[in-house]
Design a protein around this ligand. Structure first.
Ligand code: SF4
Ligand code: SF4
Length: 168
């Protein structure tokens, strides 16, 4: 029927992403979401066929949008090559085991310090969630790769950034 793109503050650890869209979603975003929800209810209740009036046109082109392109290139091999593996600073680690519990891939064993296996998907949950800040990463290549995709020109090109919307 339609779609809404809502932005939220980014907590990804890559320097070019971290803190982007600070303060989003804001009251204006939330008003848009409420209006969108009301329009969905109206559309369904009235039994109207086809797309909703005023919906983002790009949601009806699912194979040509910015996020479809990102999904296409985000293969395991590409991500592991470009994005850095988290590295532990043992001096900071108090062996609380939190990272091992939080890793969605069960990729961290304590021996006695956390050691990463081969199944890392670069979600960085261990890095952002460690209370001691014991994990870090070398972002030199990864930051460049992420910045090359997540920039204003690229998003506008693929139609996911409307006039008046900005990326910083
Ligand atoms: S969460 Fe941090 S402090 Fe706790 S075991 Fe993992 S690296 Fe060490
Ligand atoms: S980055 Fe994610 S997948 Fe990789 S070890 Fe940390 S928590 Fe596990």
């Amino acid at each position: 029927m339609g779609g809404l793109l809502a932005r939220g503050e980014l907590h990804h650890p890559a320097p070019c992403l971290h803190g982007r869209y600070a303060g989003r979603p804001d009251t204006e975003d939330l008003d848009r979401v409420r209006r969108f929800a009301a329009e969905v209810i109206g559309h369904v209740s009235a039994g109207r066929p086809g797309p909703m009036v005023g919906s983002r046109s790009d949601v009806f082109k699912p194979k040509r949008g910015f996020y479809d392109f990102v999904a296409l290139v985000s293969t395991d091999g590409f991500l592991r090559f470009t994005l850095p593996e988290p590295r532990l600073d043992p001096a900071r680690c108090n062996q609380c085991k939190r990272c091992a519990h939080e890793c969605p891939m069960h990729n961290i064993k304590l021996q006695p310090h956390p050691t990463l296996g081969d199944a890392c998907i670069r979600c960085y949950r261990c890095l952002t969630d460690c209370p001691q800040g014991a994990f870090g990463a070398d972002w030199r290549l990864g930051n460049l790769a992420i910045w090359a995709f997540y920039n204003k020109a690229f998003e506008r090109w693929f139609g996911d950034l409307k006039p008046g919307e900005h990326v910083d």
